[in-house]
Design a protein around this ligand. Structure first.
Ligand code: ATR
Length: 271
């Protein structure tokens, strides 16, 4: 019998996680089965318990359940505590362990796949919701000179910045960015879901700067197009982050780190 894993979310039918984990399993020879689970909006905990009772070993958790997974875990990794959310659950000896691999996924995609030099860089993080919180501390761990969180609702950016307790971090409203410029702009807002881009000044990307959209789609996202239109040296989408966070989860569960490059290429060709 293969060890059972799944991704749980609502909606879930478009998730690429089963394809990614199947590719990792083929590559590493790990004997796993990985499915999609449509979580019920009013009984996430019950869905998890039923999965465990049926022999499930681990779950990836996606929208809208990451905060509920955080609350459900008996033990949390430090990065999950800092993110305030869980995207990876492991079930061991009757206990539920919660981890979060999203931020590590972003850092690995930018730093290892694309060789972005974080050290000394000026980073702008757009948005102050769960997506931004999930990557804030891993980005700070890469030694940037500064990290500015800008949000439509300025008070939320201030709150997230205060949570960092780090003099390199500042929060502001989108309308306070005039006159500032950055080496890397990461979009963690939900604006792209409506094909929109947060209204930021075009010159806040310094010449030669990079943009990164945590979302991805088969067509360039609105924020990727914004980066291209404003002279970004690289305007990246979140496909690499998706594969890297999956690889980190695979390592948490199986103790083996898959080779992500071929899987990113395969998905890029297929999406
Ligand atoms: P998530 O968990 O995906 O981060 P969220 O907590 O709802 O989702 O946060 C969404 C983020 O996108 C917020 O920072 C939100 O700004 P507000 O705090 O002002 O609501 C931001 N956002 C959503 N739509 C946006 C838009 N059209 N332009 C700019 N920011 C937007």
């Amino acid at each position: 019998m293969s060890d059972r894993y799944a991704v749980i979310g609502n909606p879930i039918e478009h998730s690429k996680s089963p394809l990614i984990h199947a590719a990792f399993a083929r590559q590493t020879g790990e004997d796993i089965e990985y499915d999609r689970l449509l979580g019920s909006l009013d009984d996430f905990a019950g869905d998890v318990r039923r999965f465990v009772a049926a022999g499930g070993r681990g779950l990836n958790v996606t929208v809208p359940f990451k905060e509920q997974a955080f609350a459900l875990a008996d033990r949390l990794s430090e990065r999950a505590q800092r993110a305030g959310a869980v995207n990876t659950l492991s079930f061991e000896q009757g206990r539920i362990l919660g981890d979060n691999t999203d931020g590590a996924g972003l850092v690995r995609d930018l730093g290892c796949n694309h060789l972005f030099r974080f050290a000394g860089s000026r980073i702008l993080l757009l948005g102050a919701g769960g997506a931004s919180r999930g990557v804030l501390f891993p980005l700070l761990g890469e030694d940037p000179a500064s990290l500015t969180i800008a949000n439509r609702t300025a008070s939320k950016a201030d709150e997230l910045a205060a949570m960092a307790r780090d003099t390199r971090v500042a929060g502001c409203g989108l309308d306070e960015l005039a006159g500032q410029s950055f080496d890397l702009i990461v979009n963690g807002t939900a604006a792209g879901l409506k094909g929109e881009v947060p209204p930021i000044p075009g010159d806040c990307l310094r010449p030669g700067g990079w943009t990164y959209d945590m979302m991805y789609s088969s067509e360039p996202t609105a924020f990727v197009r914004w980066g291209q239109a404003h002279g970004a040296a690289r305007a990246l989408d979140g496909l690499g982050m998706l594969v890297e966070q999956a690889a980190e989860s695979f390592q948490v569960w199986r103790g083996v780190m898959p080779d992500t490059g071929p899987v990113i290429e395969e998905l890029r060709r297929g999406i």
